[in-house]
Design a protein around this ligand. Structure first.
Ligand code: GLU
Ligand code: MG
Length: 637
């Protein structure tokens, strides 16, 4: 989750005093990088995935499952056995926000050849095996987006009580500070977000109204004024960064050939974010309740919203410089490529001085406003030892602001003095239960970038429409019922590079709008006379590529999963979990996820992940590639 510095973290008051210093030098650092590598051309696309994991422990006797707070210890052992012994070790492990989380990536980036698509799943399996092998018999490594009973009494092992008093990092009624990673970055972020905001973060997720759910659904928090004020009726109330950043996701980073290709990919993929997020939906439960949303996005967004009341528009501006319309964790606010310019219809708040400075340094308007927009934010953490830096050779101040702008896409300049190129990160996806599914989503997105580049496809629509899509995408069953703005003619200049691609020219159109509302099924699988569909385009690309039989077979299997999820033939994890709970004997149709339901659900998830249970509703049949020999079952028998 971004930059990890060692040292003594400063308080919010101290950090604030250095905010202009950090911004000023962050910009100088960016300029050094920009001027050094703006002309750089790489010939291959490189890429890599990131999977976030949770550690859980089953208590088979009492039918409970809890998150285990030993991420730091497991991480240390993984790094010691892996990358520190062997620089070519196939996996890399990193800390994540929760002290029950770790993050794994492939040891080396993947390259441009097709056969590498066939190694993704093996690498993910290796990661699962590697980390699982360090766990106890009753423990498991889970790829679930949100832990259903996060924040419920006794949800951690060891059992830690929340400390809703001054001095705590979260001051949460539900989420103990011990569940935050011990590295000072994470608790400092938590505390400083709260201090900057001037109050605890507020997350209200609509509750799913089942037959016996009380209506109105009201929880009272008489012991906590802030909570009593903030909790909304018919909503699940949460009050800590951990409820958001303690969720897991699946990300992909691409290295582009050049800065302009990176900007093009950034824009094109931004339009795809809500679509793939809805397709990957897997987080329907929060704080022990069934919610009415399927994706984590808005929850994390609220969980790190450090804007003051002035910035949120609740009070007139007095101490702050801007009204800011979004949290630091949110969708992107501007396109970066020339073709994106005319679709930039979101009001962009920017630091004027920084913007002018960047223009003066020869940076174009689009890139300058992007950076000047990121830099309206304050640094959230600063380490005493890291205030004065060598701007020509370090980039910590730039990274400080950049890496706490958690947006759907991230445009990443190369680190100073490295041979890494310009990169973009695709960040909206929810993590899936199995390595097969995670590989499928990753391969789908990577193939899409190949097709975008090879066929110069154009998905751009006004950015405000992408934002509307983001809202729809998080709703319950958005895959089945949501309608999304999507571009009708995606072949630039109308060149029909793919069969049926230039549908907008077939004369039946009466409106002149470039985009229209489509279902995910139409966008992914196509619809005669309306839209060619992303999967058919990928298939036709594949037909023209030389690919070995085995790899082709794997890719087709992955695409089949995406295709069936989009058509509704297979469920999203969110839908599957909802049905699992609905059918559970302990469920009272009251939207409550009891300890026992949670236990059964996670046990089943773990069996599916380890291929001990098949789950055709989620995965289809016959997807299995190789026998997985993992030995952690978490089962009681
Ligand atoms: N866990 C966060 C999410 O679900 C992402 C944190 C990160 O940027 O690594 O989006
Ligand atoms: Mg991460």
């Amino acid at each position: 989750m971004g930059l990890l510095s060692q040292g003594s973290p400063l308080s919010w008051e101290e950090t604030k005093r250095h905010a202009d210093h950090v911004r000023r030098h962050g910009i100088l650092q960016f300029l050094h990088i920009y001027h050094a590598v703006k002309e750089r051309h790489k010939d291959v696309l490189k890429w890599g995935d990131e999977v976030e994991y949770m550690l859980v422990a089953f208590d088979h006797q009492n039918k409970k499952v809890r998150v285990v707070l030993k991420g730091e210890e497991v991480l240390e052992a993984l790094q010691e056995k892996g990358e520190r012994k062997n620089p070519n070790h196939p996996t890399l492990w990193r800390p994540e926000y929760g002290s029950y989380m770790i993050e794994g990536t492939p040891g080396q980036p993947y390259g441009g050849t097709m056969s590498e698509f066939n190694t993704v799943e093996d690498n993910m399996r290796k990661r699962r095996q590697e980390a699982s092998s360090l766990l106890k018999e009753n423990e498991a490594l889970c790829t679930i987006t949100s832990f259903p009973r996060l924040g419920c009494p006794g949800f951690t092992l060891p059992d830690c009580k929340p400390t809703p008093v001054e001095g705590g990092a979260s001051k949460s009624l539900f989420f103990p500070d011990e569940a935050i990673n011990k590295h000072p970055r994470f608790s400092t972020l938590t505390r400083n977000i709260r201090h900057r905001r001037g109050e605890k973060v507020v997350i209200n997720v609509p509750i799913f109204k089942d037959k016996n759910t009380p209506f109105p659904f009201i929880e009272t928090f008489p012991q906590d004024d802030e909570a009593a004020q903030a909790a909304q009726p018919n909503h699940i109330y949460m009050d800590a960064m951990g409820f958001g950043m303690g969720n897991c996701c699946l990300q992909v980073t691409f290295q582009a050939c050049s800065i302009s290709e990176a900007r093009y990919l950034y824009d094109q993929l931004a339009t795809i974010c809500p679509i793939v997020m809805a397709l990957s939906a897997s987080s329907p439960f929060y704080r022990g309740y069934v919610s009415d949303i399927d994706c984590r996005w808005g929850v994390i967004s609220a969980s790190v919203d450090d804007r003051t009341r002035e910035e949120r528009g609740l009070e007139p501006l007095k101490n702050n410089s801007y009204r800011i319309s979004k949290s630091r964790y949110d969708s992107i606010d501007s396109y970066l490529s020339k073709c994106g310019e005319k679709y930039n219809d979101i009001d962009l708040t920017k630091d004027k001085e920084i913007y002018e400075r960047l223009l003066k340094e020869g940076i174009d308007h689009l890139l300058a406003q992007h950076i000047a927009h990121l830099f309206i934010r304050d640094p959230l953490t600063l380490f005493e030892e890291k205030i004065h830096l060598d701007d020509a050779n370090e980039s910590d101040h730039f990274e400080n602001i950049q890496s706490t702008n958690w947006q759907t896409m991230r445009f990443k300049p190369p680190p100073p003095n490295s041979d890494i190129g310009w990169r973009v990160e695709f960040r909206p996806m929810e993590v899936q239960l199995t390595d097969f599914e995670n590989s499928a989503y990753v391969v789908f997105v990577v193939l899409l970038t190949r097709v975008i580049l090879s066929y110069t496809l154009d998905f751009l629509i006004p950015l405000s429409k992408v934002d509307e899509n983001m809202k729809v995408a998080q709703k319950r069953d958005a895959v089945l019922h949501g309608l999304f703005y999507f571009r009708k003619d995606i072949c630039k200049g109308g060149t029909a590079v793919v069969d049926g691609c230039s549908t907008a020219q077939n004369g039946t159109e009466t409106d002149t709008e470039e985009f229209t509302l489509m279902s995910i099924d139409t966008i992914i699988n196509g619809k005669e006379g309306v839209f060619p569909g992303l999967i058919p385009i990928l298939n036709s690309y594949l037909e023209n590529m030389e690919v070995d039989v085995d790899t082709r077979c794997s890719i087709l299997n992955y695409l089949k999963l995406i295709k069936k999820r989009a058509s509704g033939e297979l469920m999203t994890a969110a839908r599957w979990m909802r049905e699992f709970v609905a059918k559970h004997p302990d469920y009272k149709q009251d939207s409550v996820i009891t300890d026992e339901i949670n236990y059964s659900l996670l046990l089943e998830c773990n069996k599916i992940a380890n291929e001990l249970s098949e789950c055709p509703e989620l995965l289809g049949s016959g997807y299995k590639k190789a026998k997985y020999s993992g030995n952690k079952t978490g089962s009681s028998s």
